[in-house]
Ligand binder design. Structure first.
Ligand SMILES: Cc1ncc(COP(=O)(O)O)c(C=O)c1O
Length: 456
């Protein structure tokens, strides 16, 4: 498959996209007059068609755009809508809550219901609420630095934990540098952060040995540079090394909540000191949380100088507001249930099997990985073991093409990856539509070399 072939198909698909979406294009042109980049959040410039689709409505696992096209949505708000769009339980609950109270700066009766639900699910006893996973990570890091008195954190190469300053660090020739494109880093990343490759126990041991790392912040399986699964035993080593060096372990379950009801932590019996989560726990309403062990809580409150009540750097005016809490209660107790995983995981298995079969039939040097209800395909023949390996397999042009190809055929993938997420409302028909479209794309890309293997 030549880059020229990719470009040819891309140009054709771009023209088709433009012709099919006049209303979205019109709205985009208008928006450019008053919105930076023509979008309400600059990362929305990522969509593959040259302008974003404007969504008119979203329901279950479908989105309808302003030009009337209906999409099978596997992006699901990049996990923010893993509950499916507008689940009735959440919609009804927040409508009723909005009529009672939205933000008061007082706890609502839902507060202990939500923390008990989080405790039951993830196993950690004490919780605080935020409005996003980014904030949950920022505050968890502050707790860790405060109670250990250590300056640095450690993250894995090519991680993503939200817009948290200390985490935008990568390895370049063994040195810690700001990740490419990092906008206005406050200080050199080397001063705040150690970086090692995921699954590299030796490098991890070395990096923690100096006793100056407050915490390791890790996704239990990396999900933001394709899926990178932990090698057998890696989590045991990570926990043993962090304990031995007095480093706290923060597990970020924001995406890996796809693994199962209590995320990867519950599924694989991890024992983090703190756990962070966000995105779908409010069913699409802004919500995040971080949990901690009793010991972390006691150590935090034992710090005489730390101000947890006023301007100590941990908190947000609207965090824990009544509307978010109501949404969390409904999403956690009524939507993200064990039964819902029993439905979504087999759908993801079906998705994975369809993609794998198409890859094999076309002889494409790609592979597919699944983490519970989340599936991702990557342009590498083998499963990567680290962020560095996964990053080396990226192909922006090919990725954009596949996204656009899918969009033009009614399938929405996550713009930043080849990621597909199943929600409780996803259907087999939607999964099979993706398989058909994916096979068509492979036919066009690899058909010349494997014509006898065409699926459709
Ligand atoms: C693992 C992980 N943690 C945290 C975040 C931050 O989430 P938010 O942007 O909703 O704050 C993300 C966002 O993609 C993420 O992937």
């Amino acid at each position: 498959m030549s880059p020229q072939r990719v470009q040819e198909i891309f140009d054709r698909e771009r023209a088709a996209f433009e012709a099919a979406n006049p209303r979205s294009r019109e709205l985009y042109q208008r928006a450019r007059g008053s919105l930076l980049g023509g979008v309400p959040m600059s990362w929305m410039m990522k969509w593959a068609g040259g302008f974003p689709l404007f969504a008119a409505s979203a329901e279950g696992s479908t989105i309808t755009d302003v030009d009337g096209h209906v999409y099978a949505d596997f992006c699901l708000g990049d996990t923010g809508a893993m509950t499916g769009h507008v689940p009735a339980e959440v919609a009804d609950t927040i409508a009723a809550q909005a009529a009672r109270a939205i933000t008061t700066m007082l706890p609502s009766p839902d507060a202990p219901v939500v923390s008990e639900a989080l405790r039951e699910r993830f196993g950690l006893p004490l919780w605080q609420m935020t409005l996003s996973a980014t904030d949950a990570n920022r505050f968890a890091i502050r707790f860790a630095r405060e109670i250990t008195g250590r300056p640095r954190i450690l993250v894995f190469n090519w991680c993503y934990h939200g817009s948290v300053d200390e985490t935008f660090a990568t390895l370049r020739e063994g040195r810690v540098v700001a990740r490419q494109g990092n906008v206005g880093p406050p200080v050199e990343l080397e001063r705040t952060t150690r970086v090692v490759e995921f699954n590299d126990a030796e490098a991890l041991e070395k990096a923690l040995a100096g006793g100056d790392v407050a915490c390791v912040l890790a996704e239990p399986a990396m999900t933001n540079i394709g899926i990178v699964l932990p090698d057998p035993g890696f989590h045991d080593t990570l926990r043993a090394l962090t304990r031995r060096s007095g480093t706290l372990l923060i597990i970020d379950e924001t995406h890996t909540l796809s693994t199962g009801y209590g995320g990867y932590t519950r599924e694989y019996d991890l024992e983090p000191d703190l756990l962070t989560v966000g995105k779908p726990i409010g069913g699409g309403v802004p919500a995040g949380a971080f949990g901690m062990t009793q010991e972390v809580a006691e150590r935090a409150f034992a710090q005489p100088e730390a101000d947890y009540v006023d301007t100590g750097g941990v908190g947000g005016t609207l965090a824990g507001n009544a509307l978010s809490l109501a949404a969390m209660r409904a999403a956690l107790t009524e939507v993200l249930t064990k039964e819902s995983y029993a439905r979504t995981i087999p759908l993801a298995e079906r998705f994975e099997a369809g993609v794998r079969e198409a890859i094999e039939l076309h002889g494409a040097p790609w592979h597919v990985t699944r983490l519970g209800s989340r599936v991702e395909y990557t342009f590498m023949p083998e499963q990567p073991h680290s962020g560095g390996e996964a990053a080396a397999g990226h192909d922006d042009e090919l990725e954009l093409l596949l996204h656009l190809y899918a969009l033009n055929r009614g399938v929405l993938m996550t713009p930043f990856h080849n990621m597909a997420l199943m929600g409780p409302t996803t259907t087999k028909e939607q999964v099979d539509l993706h398989t058909t479209v994916f096979s068509e794309a492979l036919d066009e890309l690899y058909g010349e070399t494997e014509p006898e293997n065409r699926l459709i």
